[in-house]
Design a protein around this ligand. Structure first.
Ligand code: EPU
Length: 422
C-alpha cells in the first residue's frame, strides 16, 4: 500500500452539496451475516473503504464466493471453514463479528483475538458472555478464540450491559448467533444503535425472527435455516456528521444528501446550540451559520446520545469557536489522540481525565500532524480547513478505513485538499 497524506489549506467557507455513502458500521456486521445462509446475498450501498475490503477478503478466505462491483457485494457462502486467517483479522477489529455467524452455522469458530487499539482496551468479554449463555464453550489458544457448541446453540435470556453501557458489535454478534439457535433468546441491555436495527432488518429479510431491535430488549426466535436476500445499507451517520461539521467550520452553506436526519438528532441539537441553522428536507440536511457561534458542552453516550464517533470532529470545531467548550468522553475514555495534535496546531485544549476543556482561538496554524485513529484523523482534516498555512495529515490510510473519497467530497464543497504521496 502506497503511503499517502492529505494536504489541507485554509479553505474559507465551504458551499454546495455532497452525497453520503452507506454506513461502514452497518455494512461490516451485515456482510458477516451473509455467512448465515447458503443462499446468495446481495448487499447494496457498501462503501468502498479498506475496512469493507478486509471484510470482503475475510468472507472469501472463509470459503464464501464473493463478487464486488462498486457499492454492490454478492456473497454466496455454500461451503465454509470455521477458521478466520490471522493475517487478515488482525487488520480490523470488527472482524470479530464473523464469530457469531460461524458459531451459529458451523457450531464452531476460530478467530484471532483482537488486540487493544489506539482508542482503548476494547475487550470482547460481553460478546463471549453472550455466546456462553447460548451454550458455547469458549477457549483461548495461541492468540485465538475458539468457540464450540457441538450440539448446537440453545436460546437463553442474557444481559449485555457492561461498565460503559451496552456493546454494538456484541449485540450484533449474539443476535447473529441466536437466529439459528434452538428456542428463544432474549438479549437485555442490548445496544440500540441504528446499525443494530439495520442488521436485524437484514436478518428478518433472510427469514429470521428478530423483534425489539432499536430497544434495549431484543427477542430472537430461532429458525431452522435462513435464505439469501438483497439488502441496501443505511446511510453513514458519522460520515454525514463529519460533513456537517466541515460545513460549520467553514461557515458557508453545505447540504448533505441521501442522509437520515433521524439518526443525527443529538448532533443536530448540539450544532444548533453552537450557533448554526440546520434544516432538513427529505434526505437532505443543510447547515448554515446563524449568528455568532459559541462553545458548548458535549458528553458522549450510547445512542441516541451524542456519538463517541463524532467527538473528535466536534473538538476540531470547538478549537476555533469563541468561548469555552467542555467535551466528556464516556464510551472510550482514552479516545483523545486528536488533542495533542490540535494543540500543535495552536488549539487551546486542556485534558482532565476523560474531559477536554477547549477555549476557542481565533485561528489555528497548519502543521504536519497524524493520528492513528480514524475519527481523530478526520478531525485533523477538519481543523486544517480553518488553519493558516498548510496542514499535512499523515497516514491517510486511517481515514480511508472509514471515509469514502473524503478528499474528492471535500473538494466538491470547495475545500483546498489534495492527496499526495508521503
Ligand atoms: N466493551 C466491553 N466489553 C465488550 C465490548 C465492549 O467492555 O465485550 C466496552 C468498550 O470497551 C467500550 C464500550 O463497551 O467502552 C462500547 O463498545 P462497543 O462494543 O459498543 O464498540 P464496538 O461495537 O466495538 C462500534 C463501532 C465503533 C463505535 C462503537 C461505539 C463498529 C465496527 N464499530 O464498536 O466505531 O465507536 O461501536 O459506538 O461498528 C468508528 O467507526 O470509528 C468506531 C470506532
Amino acid at each position: 500500500m502506497a503511503l499517502e497524506k492529505l494536504i489541507v489549506r485554509d479553505s474559507g467557507p465551504l458551499n454546495g452539496s455532497v452525497s453520503i455513502s452507506g454506513s461502514k458500521n452497518a455494512s461490516l456486521p451485515i456482510l458477516a451475516a451473509t455467512l448465515l445462509t447458503e443462499g446468495e446475498c446481495v448487499i447494496n450501498r457498501v462503501p468502498d473503504l479498506s475496512d469493507t475490503n478486509y471484510m470482503f477478503q475475510i468472507l472469501g478466505m472463509l470459503g464464501a464466493e464473493v463478487e464486488r462491483s462498486s457499492g454492490r457485494m454478492v456473497i454466496e457462502a455454500k461451503n465454509l471453514t470455521p477458521t478466520a486467517p490471522y493475517e487478515l483479522v488482525r487488520k480490523m477489529r470488527a472482524s470479530v463479528c464473523v464469530l457469531g455467524p460461524l458459531l451459529s452455522r458451523l457450531h464452531e469458530a476460530k478467530v484471532a483475538l483482537p488486540g487493544g487499539c489506539i482508542i482503548g482496551d476494547r475487550p470482547i468479554d460481553l460478546h463471549l458472555r453472550g455466546f456462553e449463555a447460548l451454550g458455547a464453550e469458549v477457549e483461548f489458544d495461541g492468540g485465538n478464540i475458539l468457540l464450540s457448541a457441538p450440539k448446537g446453540l440453545t436460546g437463553a435470556r442474557l444481559n449485555l450491559s457492561g461498565k460503559f453501557g451496552s456493546t454494538v458489535l456484541g449485540t450484533d454478534n449474539v443476535m447473529m448467533a441466536a437466529v439459528l439457535a434452538d428456542g428463544t433468546t432474549v438479549i437485555e441491555g442490548a445496544a440500540v444503535e441504528p446499525e443494530v436495527v439495520d442488521l436485524a432488518d437484514f436478518l428478518n429479510g433472510m427469514g429470521a425472527k428478530v423483534s425489539g431491535a432499536g430497544t434495549t430488549t431484543i427477542t430472537i426466535e430461532g429458525v431452522d435455516s435462513l435464505k439469501g436476500r438483497e439488502h441496501t445499507v443505511i446511510p453513514d451517520r458519522i460520515e454525514a456528521g463529519t460533513f456537517l461539521v466541515a460545513g460549520a467550520i467553514g461557515g458557508g452553506e453545505v447540504t448533505i444528501k441521501n442522509a437520515d436526519a433521524s439518526h443525527l438528532i443529538s448532533l443536530i441539537e448540539k450544532l444548533r446550540e453552537t450557533g448554526y441553522d440546520l434544516t432538513t428536507q427529505g434526505k437532505n440536511i443543510t447547515i448554515r451559520p446563524n449568528g455568532e457561534p459559541k462553545g458548548c458542552n458535549i458528553s458522549t453516550e450510547p445512542y441516541p446520545g451524542f456519538p463517541t464517533d463524532m467527538q473528535a470532529q466536534m473538538c476540531a470545531l470547538f478549537a476555533t469557536t469563541p468561548g469555552t467548550s467542555v467535551v466528556t468522553e464516556n464510551i472510550f475514555p482514552q479516545r483523545f489522540m486528536h488533542v495533542a495534535e490540535l494543540t500543535r496546531m495552536g488549539a487551546d485544549v486542556h485534558l482532565e481525565g476523560a474531559t477536554a476543556i477547549i477555549k476557542g482561538v481565533d485561528h489555528l496554524s497548519g502543521a504536519p500532524v497524524m493520528a492513528s485513529d480514524l475519527r481523530a484523523s478526520a478531525a485533523l482534516v477538519l481543523a486544517g480547513l480553518k488553519a493558516k498555512g498548510e496542514t499535512e495529515v499523515n497516514r491517510l490510510y486511517h481515514i480511508d478505513r472509514g471515509y469514502e473519497h473524503i478528499d474528492r467530497k471535500l473538494r466538491k464543497l470547495g475545500a483546498d485538499v489534495v492527496r499526495a504521496p508521503m
